[in-house]
Ligand binder design. Structure first.
Ligand SMILES: [Zn+2]
Length: 196
């Protein structure tokens, strides 16, 4: 994993937070997989780097699970948009749930000994909900904005990143472009070999 660093941001990811977000799980050649939201610590760092949480937000595994789930649902909507198939209703409602998450009120809790009291289930909830809402809103904006036409998935297997297309370029990075060209040249040679 150390010799294969995370590729630089895909085209468009610097302008669209949601694109950056769905690309935070990267499939690399050789069956390698990098998840920038792999641990609570790396997730806190990811959120901090994007101004979505303080450095010491104390992100927990439970919060990470919520973020990963939103990421999968957004990816599903991006895939639907790119391939022109209907959106999964569950993905749509998950993103809408996140969208409508205002900073939560402290919920009413009931303890057998002490009776009723109010508390947030997790101290980071407010931060997390705001982050989820921001990411979901950004994804919704991207899907409905003028850049949606250019949204595409990297055309260089096994890469799974999304990007905004520029001209005919369908790759998220130079590395992916080189790999796709090499694969194409190889296929051509193999085809020529068969024909001869
Ligand atoms: Zn790629």
């Amino acid at each position: 994993m150390t010799d294969e660093p995370v590729p630089s941001p895909a085209p468009g990811a610097e302008d669209h937070l949601a694109l950056d977000f769905v690309n935070s799980a990267v499939a690399l050649p050789g069956g390698q997989f990098i998840d920038l939201l792999g641990t609570p610590e790396s997730t806190n760092q990811w959120l901090f780097d994007r101004g979505l949480a303080p450095a010491d937000a104390g992100v927990r595994e439970m919060c990470v699970t919520q973020l990963r789930s939103l990421r999968e649902n957004l990816r599903s909507l991006f895939a639907a948009r790119v391939t022109g198939v209907p959106a999964l209703p569950s993905a749509l409602s998950a993103v809408n749930d996140a969208l409508s998450k205002a900073p939560t009120a402290a919920l009413l809790q009931w303890d057998e000994k002490t009776g009723p009291y109010r508390a947030t289930p997790c101290p980071t909830n407010e931060i997390l909900d705001r982050a989820l809402a921001t990411l979901a809103a950004n994804g919704a904006d991207l899907l409905t904005g003028p850049d949606a036409e250019r949204l595409t998935r990297c055309d260089s297997a096994p890469c799974n990143r999304y990007l905004l297309r520029h001209g005919r370029r369908q790759w998220c990075s130079t590395r992916c472009g080189d790999r796709a060209r090499a694969a194409r040249a190889y296929a051509r040679r193999a085809g020529a070999g068969k024909a001869g």
